[in-house]
Design a protein around this ligand. Sequence first.
Ligand SMILES: [Zn+2]
Length: 303
Amino acid sequence: MKRYALIAGLLGAAVCADTQAQPRGHQLPDNLTQISAHVWAIEGGSPAIGIVVGKKATLIVDNGLGTPNGKIVLDAARKLSTKGQKLYLTTTHYHAEHATGDGAFPPDTVLVRPRVQQAELEAEGQKLIDIFAGRSPEDKELLQGMTYLKPAVLFDSDYRLDLGDVTVRIAWFGPAHTRGDEVVMIEPDSVLISGDVVQNKAAPYFYCAECTPASWLAVVDKIAAQFHPKIIVPDHSPMGDASLVTETRAFTATLAARIAALKAEGKSAEETGKIVTAEMQAKYPDWGSLNRLQLGVTHAYAQ
Ligand SMILES: [Zn+2]
């Protein structure tokens, strides 16, 4: 039997906030972990995939790179659900390793997505697919013949989904890693699926032009004000508790303040990038992805 990597290997590291090299070829059942009463995760790949199982319906959060990975995710969701149960699908953002598994899903799957994320996917999605397909034969094969589902629900900022005995809130708070990042709060379980926005000891990756330390901080502030999760499941780093929000907030606040101060002193974007990268590496020695802060500086200077 052929085994598919749920991950994009080193390539994923170039697009999202991977903190460690991921092994290839995980078999899904070994990685399916119950997080809480209604929440399961396919862990060990990058990204982690969330599955929320209610009495009436099941929500899948992210579906991997390409149709073969989508099939692995779909099979896991079906295994956890009652036969014929309604399926909802949503994606934390439009990047290929999160959102190109659609082809495996039946056409009656209800795809829910922020309006901003859908627009971003339509504008930029192919570019990401090309980047992944161009970097390794394995990823190219995974993406072969990929198709997108048409969203059934597009929302502006907040969507409440009733899965029967569990309510889920999907929220878009503004640009952070991408323009269309969403977070998924499983309210009765006190679990937040935080995408790339709240990670565990992984520096923010300011991918979109509007993505700055200040915009990221504003998103984290909204998460902190509205949600009080006990468990946080990030995309590309280990699970954690509420302290992940506090840490991400402190990191982005420090970064935003230092960039503003250095800009006011007349430093160039390049100088500021070098200074803040060195400062944050000294302050957060155990964090990954600290080599990409220049992007956040460049975007902040452009605004
Ligand atoms: Zn990403």
